[in-house]
Write a protein that binds this ligand. Structure first.
Ligand code: ITT
Length: 197
C-alpha cells in the first residue's frame, strides 16, 4: 500500500520519516508528484489546513496521505504567529525574516512562554480524514542559538531543557517535539485503521 506524505518542506519530511514507523508501506511525498499544484493553505486553523493538505493529495494521487500543519503559538502575542508561522514576516519570507520579526515583537515582553503545535491529518484515498494533535511547551529566548533543525528552532527552548531545538540533536528533538507527539498518536490510529481494512 502507498502512502504520500503531503509536504513540500524537506525538513519536515525528514523528521516525519525519522519518527513514524511506516513498516511495509511504500512511502512517497509531494516531491514525487511535481505536477500536482501546491495546496492553498487558506484555512484559519492548523486543523483545517492539515485536513486540506491530506485530502487534496489523497484525492489527486489515489493513495493514503499524511499531512502535517504546524505553528508556533506565543502566549504574549495571543497565539501568534500560529497558523501564519510560515509567512509571519510576509509571503515567501525566509526563516531568518520570521525569526527577526518574532524577536522584534517580543523585545519589550517578559512573558516569553510559547508552544509548538502540530496537527497530523491522515486521509484514505477517498478523502475520509482524521486529525491528531501534538503540543510541545517551551519558551522563546532573545538570541538565535544552534544550527540544527529549521524554522523557529534556534529561538525555542523546550520545557525541561536548557538548549534550543537547534542545539539539541535530531534524536532528542524527534523524541519530544510537537511533531513527535502528534505522530505517536497517528501511529496508534494507523494501527487501528489497518486492523479494520
Ligand atoms: P508544508 O505545508 O508543505 O508541509 P510548510 O513549511 O508550509 O510546509 P506549515 O504550513 O506547517 O509548513 O508551516 C509551519 C511553519 O512553522 C514552518 O514553515 C516553520 O517556519 C515553522 N515550523 C513548523 N514546524 C517547526 C519545527 O519543528 N521547528 C521550527 N519551526 C517549525
Amino acid at each position: 500500500m502507498k502512502l504520500v506524505i503531503a509536504t513540500r518542506n524537506a525538513h519536515k519530511l525528514e523528521e516525519i520519516k525519522a519518527i513514524f514507523n511506516f513498516k511495509s508501506l511504500e512511502v512517497l511525498s509531494a516531491f514525487d508528484f511535481p505536477d500536482i499544484p501546491d495546496v492553498i493553505e487558506d484555512g484559519g486553523t492548523l486543523e483545517v489546513n492539515a485536513e486540506k493538505k491530506a485530502v487534496e493529495i489523497a484525492l489527486a494521487t489515489g493513495c493514503w496521505a499524511l499531512a502535517d500543519d504546524s505553528g508556533l503559538e506565543v502566549n504574549s502575542l495571543d497565539g501568534a504567529p500560529g497558523v501564519y508561522s510560515a509567512r509571519y514576516a510576509g509571503e515567501e519570507c525566509s526563516y531568518a525574516a520570521n525569526n527577526e520579526k518574532l524577536l522584534r515583537e517580543l523585545a519589550e515582553t517578559t512573558d516569553r512562554s510559547a508552544r509548538f503545535r502540530t496537527v497530523i491529518a491522515l486521509s484514505d484515498p477517498k478523502g475520509n480524514v482524521r486529525t491528531l494533535e501534538g503540543i510541545c511547551p517551551g519558551m522563546i529566548i532573545n538570541k538565535l542559538r544552534g544550527t540544527n533543525g529549521f524554522g523557529y528552532d534556534p529561538l525555542f527552548v523546550p520545557n525541561g531543557h536548557s538548549e534550543t531545538f537547534a542545539e539539541l540533536s535530531n534524536e532528542v528533538k524527534n523524541s519530544i517535539s510537537h511533531r513527535a507527539r502528534a505522530l505517536q498518536k497517528a501511529q496508534v490510529e494507523w494501527a487501528e485503521l489497518l486492523s479494520r481494512l
